[in-house]
Design a protein around this ligand. Structure first.
Ligand code: TNX
Length: 523
């Protein structure tokens, strides 16, 4: 009937249809005005209909009415299309917004266009009643803008794509060995030096592996404010990630004193121009902590999110093993080994963030050497880290690389352009179970939700990002939002049938997805 993705909890068809015309109004009751503005703008640009704002409920007759509905959960909504028009009620503006996204799907693929197709086209919504609410409250996408920079406009477009799929957490991976992408006023060389690399490695099989052209870019603080506000209008929370103490070569290239200066000549380092796990990590000194407190202070001023991601992944301990300064620190703090030093580093920021009313989240390596008190974990190396953390009473976001790493190849065929990674097919993603069944209901309450991760080593432009993300992100969105049967019993064939309609929506949105059949974009 309606081929909705993600599938709603329930949809009951009626007979008949609401027809939107030049006389139809859009009426937003108190508390839903911002959603009304968003929906009006989206539908006007696609349909060319004026959809004048109405203020009296009667104005919405035959048109669209938005209102808050008592008794509904925060993100829950009810959409009723009948002889009175379309009514969307939500437990909060967020619920109404997700209902508005459903309405866009009901209007047909052209409702996603940026310019009207044909002013005389009939815009209809079948009579029906939809009751819907998300299964999980953290439905995330992580985008790595460090390995390859994405323009601000590209990021805003991804926020729109997330919203269309009812995803609500944007994990913004802003720093890594290969680039520092956020302006920090008190440390200008982080972007001055750290945002560009002299040459770059491309992921495209047809390209030479090395390109001597420089690669880089960064977001000014004004850009960041714009991104955060744009996300908020779409009921998406932006969680910033500043990676410590590993994945920090770009920062050390900018400020050599941040590195282990008694082990290597850090003044000789430049922003890294290859991929992998980098040995050049931060020195565990007070001055490094003070430097990063300054960074996080500016970050907190820009991002209102409860959670702040501090990375914590892939921090090789070799330099700490050889550094007299690091060894002295281990003795002074009474630690057992270098893993303890990593915990001490993360623990410092856990307390520091808690004192400022925020919460720390880190990759599952932060479990090694003892986990900081209030810290939450992004479980990426499979399920074990997430299960252990949930059992110990820590909150968890499940993002195991075996199923939701969208940089991994999606087909074993030789024509696949991505030269690295294991095969994670659309069906693998669709059968992903974000809440490990071995957890008791009590433990499972610590699973905040799930996210798909897009690392961009092999994605040098936005079209490559689209290709890796879609269609798998669509399957992921359904897993995160909809209450599906256990993995093995999921109706993948049914999902594929609904996808046939969804590809038309992605076409209208201009998404360069991997086509299910036919030639690939670069063949
Ligand atoms: C591991 S996932 C990483 C990233 C890479 C990714 C490639 C994680 C916390 N670290 O730095 O980009 O693998 O798949």
């Amino acid at each position: 009937m309606t081929e909705l993705i993600p599938a709603p909890r329930s949809a009951v068809a009626g007979s008949g249809e609401v027809r939107l015309t030049r006389h139809s109004r859009l009426c937003s009751d108190t508390g839903t005005e911002n959603v009304g503005q968003w929906l009006g703008a989206a539908l006007r640009q696609a349909t060319g209909l004026p959809l004048r704002e109405g203020h009296e409920p009667a104005d919405a007759e035959g048109g669209i009415r938005l209102r808050l509905g008592p008794g509904l959960g925060r993100e829950e909504y009810r959409l009723v299309s009948d002889g009175n028009g379309v009514l969307i009620e939500g437990g909060s503006a967020a619920g109404v917004f997700w209902g508005a996204q459903t309405l866009r799907q009901l209007l047909g693929p052209e409702a996603y266009r940026r310019a009207p197709l044909d002013r005389d086209r009939a815009w209809t919504v079948p009579y029906l009643t939809i009751e819907d609410a998300p299964r999980l409250r953290w439905r995330g996408l992580m985008l790595d803008v460090a390995r390859h920079f994405m323009s601000k406009e590209g990021v805003l477009r991804y926020l729109d794509l997330m919203a269309a799929h009812k995803l609500n957490v944007f994990h913004f991976h802003l720093t890594d060995d290969q680039g520092w992408r956020i302006e920090i006023k008190r440390h200008p060389r982080l972007t001055g030096t750290g945002s560009w690399r002299a040459r770059t490695k491309t992921g495209h099989r047809a390209s030479p592996l090395w390109e001597d052209k420089p690669h880089g870019g960064y977001y000014t603080q004004d850009d960041i404010r714009e991104i955060v506000a744009y996300a908020a209008e779409r009921h998406i929370t932006v969680v910033p990630e500043i990676d410590v103490p590993g994945h920090s070569q770009a920062a050390i290239a900018a400020y050599p004193e941040l590195g282990n200066t008694d082990v290597i000549d850090t003044t000789a380092l430049s922003v890294w121009d290859t991929w992998g796990i980098n040995p050049n990590v931060l020195a565990p000194t007070d001055s490094t902590l003070r430097f990063y407190e300054g960074v996080f202070e500016e970050v907190l001023g820009l991002f209102p999110s409860e959670f702040v991601h501090v990375g914590g992944d892939e921090c090789p301990k070799d330099q700490w093993r050889r550094s007299g300064t690091a060894q002295a620190r281990i003795r002074e703090l009474g630690l057992v080994d270098e893993d303890g030093l990593q915990s001490w580093f993360i623990g410092h920021f856990d307390t520091w963030l808690a004192e400022r009313g925020r919460r720390l989240i880190g990759w599952d390596e932060i479990l090694e050497g003892g986990q900081a008190e209030g810290a939450a974990v992004s479980s990426w190396r499979g399920y074990a880290g997430g299960i252990a953390a949930a059992r110990a009473g820590h909150d968890v976001v499940m993002c195991p690389e075996q199923q939701v790493y969208l940089d991994h190849r999606q087909d074993p065929g030789p024509e696949e352009p991505v030269p690295i990674g294991w095969v994670r097919t659309l069906e693998d993603v669709y059968r992903f179970e974000p809440v490990p069944p071995e957890l008791t209901p009590e433990e499972a309450r610590h699973v905040l939700g799930t996210q798909a991760n897009l690392w961009t080593e092999v994605m040098e432009d936005p079209a490559r990002v689209d290709y890796q993300a879609f269609p798998r992100l669509v399957a992921f969105a359904e897993v995160a939002w909809s209450t599906l049967p256990p993995s093995a019993e999921r109706d993948f064939a049914g999902f594929e049938r609904r996808m046939a309609a969804h590809y038309r929506r992605l076409d209208a949105l201009g998404v360069a997805y991997r086509p299910p059949t036919g030639p690939l974009p670069w063949q």
